[in-house]
Design a protein around this ligand. Structure first.
Ligand code: DGY
Length: 325
């Protein structure tokens, strides 16, 4: 089987595909591949290992009639039209579990950094603005015993909830499509509606997929419903929040702070005014950027393609209905 890999991935993934007999075309240029090049490459292979955020839409599927399987090296699949993939008989898999801990760590890091204005204070040192020992300036807030609200309690949200519970004895509330029995049992987490999530959370962390249903869910109206002492954290997808509304909510005091590992658009401009606010911490989408997570992500993506080549169901299949066709 021929596979095209869209960008540099950990060697373990390549070795695993090679050992399984795949004929690999591997793009090593930095940055995301152009749509034209992606289509051109995918017209010559059986499988695609998509690392990064490539638009796999109707146009893509129609242009690549010989493509047979796609493995995403990401948990998010918002850039893929799964209905089109199914229509073309193409199974698509993603990554689960192996990046949950790393991503929850980044959410936790942002939560702490925002609550103590750490990024802003660090910038002051770099700008030679470390002057006197101030007793009443730039004070942060403490997290102990506060309420953490999770929007989308999947594996990443659960990992963050555990950290917050064990480190700061935070109360956990969450909004999800379904109640999560594990969260109830181990963390006494409370299942609440969306409005309760907004109004009760001291920290509100977003862990949902980006979809038509969740797009810009965190907008002017949502920020208005939140506590003016609340911290908003997004490590999922920038499209889940409305960035101008977020800026206004922060500068008018509707909410207290924000920590973002994802922005809208990405990359964020270095001149974005959010970067100058004291209670804001921004990272460049590094949720899964640990050696362990990335190695395991590459291996998992490879395993899905190997399963496909062995005519076995891809373990992390997203469009299960493709097998019923
Ligand atoms: C994911 O896995 O979706 C991360 O955001 C990296 O793309």
């Amino acid at each position: 089987m021929k596979v095209f890999i869209t960008r540099k991935i950990p060697q373990k993934g390549i070795e695993s595909l090679r050992a399984a007999g795949f004929d690999i075309t591997y793009r090593t240029d930095p940055g995301n591949i152009s749509q034209t090049d992606l289509i051109q490459k995918c017209q010559q292979v059986d499988c695609l290992l998509a690392a990064g955020h490539n638009l796999l839409d109707k146009n893509f599927f129609e242009a690549c009639p010989h493509l047979k399987a796609i493995a995403l090296m990401s948990a998010g699949y918002d850039s893929v039209d799964l209905d089109e993939a199914t229509k073309h008989g193409i199974p698509v898999s993603n990554i689960t579990d192996v990046l949950s801990n790393a991503t929850a760590d980044i959410a936790f890091l942002l939560l702490l950094s925002v609550s103590r204005k750490a990024f802003y204070m660090h910038k002051k040192i770099l700008n030679d603005e470390w002057k006197d020992f101030e007793l009443t300036e730039n004070l942060g807030i403490e997290l102990n015993g506060k309420t953490l609200g999770i929007f989308g309690l999947g594996r990443i949200g659960l990992e963050l909830a555990k950290k917050a519970k064990y480190a700061y004895n935070m109360d956990i509330i969450y909004y999800n499509r379904h109640p999560n029995e594990i969260a109830k049992r181990i963390l006494d987490a409370e299942y609440v509606n969306y409005d309760e999530l907004l109004t009760r959370s001291d920290v509100l962390s977003v862990h949902a997929n980006l979809s038509l249903e969740t797009k810009e869910k965190f907008n002017k109206e949502a920020f208005k419903r939140m506590k003016n002492t609340a911290i908003f954290i997004n490590t999922a997808r920038g499209g889940l929040h409305q960035e101008q509304d977020l800026y206004e909510a922060l500068t008018t005091g509707e909410i207290w702070g924000a920590g973002l590992d994802v922005t809208n658009p990405e990359p964020m401009s270095f001149q974005n005014p959010l970067l100058n606010l004291p209670n804001v911490a921004v990272l460049p989408h590094i949720g899964s950027a640990t050696e362990q997570a990335r190695d395991n992500m590459a291996l998992m993506a490879a395993n899905n393609l190997i399963a496909f080549s062995n005519q076995v169901k891809m373990p992390q299949i997203l469009n299960l209905e493709v097998y019923q066709k």
